[in-house]
Design a protein around this ligand. Structure first.
Ligand SMILES: [Fe+2]
Ligand SMILES: [Fe+2]
Length: 284
């Protein structure tokens, strides 16, 4: 008998929320603190979501028929609904960014190509292990974003990304165990899960950095020393995301780890009170 999620199981089903964001609010290319490094990091993340989240759906869907647990089956449906909606919303954001002259299509194509290579060369079990590892990255990013609104959400300048991230982060935490539980139920190779995650955790940030360089190069934009300093602090300074998250990634690499070992439930429960203006954008 393999263990499955407890935190999310007790919380009931995972419900996709339909949201109405105003993408036309994005009018400034380097919107995030006016910093081209941080802004292109946001663009790179957003560009990775449409094809990335479709990949997540495909890898989980492959095993959907093998899951006989009705709770997990319902969670899979919720997971697919949420990721499909995230993917569409980020597509709209990326289209708006393209109109400002950000080379989003160029980097979206790059992410898509890499995913196609993975799909061609790896078996479905390893592909699902990749999804589970990436879901740990998104849940970790989500926790940091919601717990550090000053750094992660409020630093931007009149763009819909703040609202999008607050909503996306919360739903990522809500469904963080689904791909992991499907992997445990249908594949369950602990060694493989850990080896795949080690590779994913390393390559993820390299891919983001490459996308940022492409965006900056296409715009002929050279960041200033103060931009570099600010970006370094954002990532590696005290409380910075990369510094804070390092032990969180290590936890995933321990045999027997389960995403629900990290209690993030309060971030979902407090979401509507913490971000009433974002909750107000829910239309279904
Ligand atoms: Fe998502
Ligand atoms: Fe996700």
């Amino acid at each position: 008998m393999t263990a499955v999620a407890t935190e999310t199981r007790e919380a009931g089903t995972i419900k996709p929320r339909r949201m109405d964001f105003d993408m036309s609010q994005l009018q400034t290319k380097y919107f995030f603190r006016g910093n081209p490094i941080l802004s292109t990091l946001m663009y790179a993340l957003s560009a990775s979501f449409p094809s990335g989240e479709r990949f997540f759906i495909d890898t989980v869907r492959h095993y959907q028929k093998d899951i006989d647990d009705p709770v997990l089956s319902a969670q899979i449906r919720g997971f697919i609904g949420q990721e499909a909606h995230h993917s569409r919303i980020h597509e709209d954001f990326n289209t708006q960014a393209e109109t400002l002259g950000v080379a989003m299509e160029r980097i979206e194509k790059r992410f898509k190509k890499r995913i196609e290579t993975v799909k061609r060369n790896l078996d479905p079990g390893r592909q699902l292990a990749i999804t589970a590892a990436l879901e740990h990255i998104t849940a970790t990013l989500a926790q940091w974003t919601l717990e550090n609104p000053e750094a992660g959400l409020n630093g931007e300048n009149h763009s819909p990304l703040r609202e999008m991230l607050a909503w996306h982060a919360m739903e990522e935490i809500e469904h963080k165990s689904v791909a992991f539980d499907v992997y445990r139920k249908a594949v369950n190779k602990e060694k493989e899960r850990i080896v795949v995650a080690k590779i994913v955790f390393r390559t993820f940030w390299i891919q983001m950095a490459i996308a940022q360089v492409i965006l900056l190069w296409r715009d002929r934009k050279i960041p200033s020393v103060s931009h570099i300093r600010e970006a370094w602090h954002f990532m590696w300074g005290k409380g910075g995301f990369r510094r804070w998250s390092a032990p969180e990634f290590k936890r995933y690499l321990k045999p027997g780890f389960h995403p629900d070992d990290i209690n993030q439930r309060h971030l979902i429960e407090q979401w509507q009170e913490s971000y009433p203006e974002v909750a107000a954008l829910q239309v279904g």
